[in-house]
Design a protein. Structure first.
Length: 306
């Protein structure tokens, strides 16, 4: 098959060339060279500093774990949804998803392109971003799925043929869009997994005591664009009519409706209620890959079946 990283390499070369142009850049370049030499094992690598010792404006060098490209960035520019790899455009969230998958499988931080291929490891993604889904599919028996198109998967209404088949499930910023009751989606995610399976998970969440469900009584519903105002009409289970107009969409109007704003405490309860043995809040930075979480909310989680 074609090399999915071939396109990224010229960017890397150009970046390295640019880094040689100025004294500041020379400094970065030297740090980059020093950093490149050792194997990436989480020790002694250039980005592997305590973020608390680095001011937000200080340049650091990191390597995108999705495409392998070296990048220069400041902590201030490393944010969850900002595209911060010059080659593939990955965000902190995309890099964290792949980092947590490889950390669970390889037991140590690993650039995704360098991860040993494991056809015996089965994974499934829920609308995963191509930036990491393509390489996950090249490395593992991994299938990315979609709500609206094939290969199709509706986590609220699961095909039993998928039960117990997967070593890992990736669901990044999906569960805030799933129709209520969301407990059903968590239970189904657990059902997808093998006895030692893991769920690599992210959603936007608050630190409030409980999740805020926008449409808890959703039953028979539809959305319409009425003179530029998106309106959700719902008939509840007991026949009452509801109308909502303050809809929040992710990715543009009409695309993906926000059903709720999770809370961290409620998420932990949902995982345990669904039969997961424990949940890890994966808020730790990993600066060698440009992964940094300055805030305690909306960070990734890993849920373990055992
Ligand atoms: Zn990249």
């Amino acid at each position: 098959m074609s090399d999915p990283f071939a396109a990224a390499r010229p960017f890397a070369e150009r970046l390295r060339h640019r880094l040689r142009q100025s004294s500041f850049a020379q400094h970065l370049h030297q740090r980059f060279r020093r950093w490149r030499a050792p194997a990436i094992d989480g020790s002694g690598t250039i980005g592997d500093v305590d973020p608390a010792t680095v001011t937000p404006g200080t340049a650091i060098v990191f390597r995108c774990n999705l495409c392998g490209t070296p990048n220069a960035a400041t902590l201030a520019t490393l944010s969850r949804e900002t595209r911060s790899c010059v080659a593939c455009g990955s965000t902190v969230r995309f890099r964290a998803m792949a980092h947590l998958v490889t950390l669970e499988i390889c037991g140590r931080p690993t650039l995704l392109p360098d991860a040993p291929a494991r056809e015996d490891i089965a994974g499934i993604g829920l609308s995963d971003a191509a930036e990491y889904a393509l390489t996950l599919a090249a490395k593992y028996a991994y299938e990315n799925t979609w709500f609206h198109s094939a290969p199709r998967l509706d986590i609220a209404n699961l095909d039993r043929a998928r039960f117990g088949r997967y070593d890992f499930v990736v669901a990044s910023d999906v569960f805030e869009h799933v129709v209520p009751p969301v407990a059903r989606a968590f239970a189904n995610a657990r059902r997808l997994l093998k006895a030692d399976g893991k769920m690599i998970f992210s959603v936007p969440f608050s630190l409030e005591p409980d999740t805020r469900e926008h449409y808890p009584e959703l039953h028979e519903w539809s959305m319409t664009d009425r003179a530029g105002v998106w309106t959700l009409s719902n008939r509840t289970m007991d026949g009452r009519q509801q109308t909502f107009t303050d809809l929040v969409f992710h990715g543009g109007p009409g695309s993906t409706l926000e059903m709720r704003v999770f809370s961290r405490a409620a998420l932990e309860r949902e995982f345990l209620r669904a039969g997961f043995a424990r949940v890890r809040i994966a808020a730790e930075p990993y600066l060698p890959f440009g992964i940094y979480w300055p805030e305690p909310w909306s960070v990734p989680m890993v849920a373990y079946v055992r």
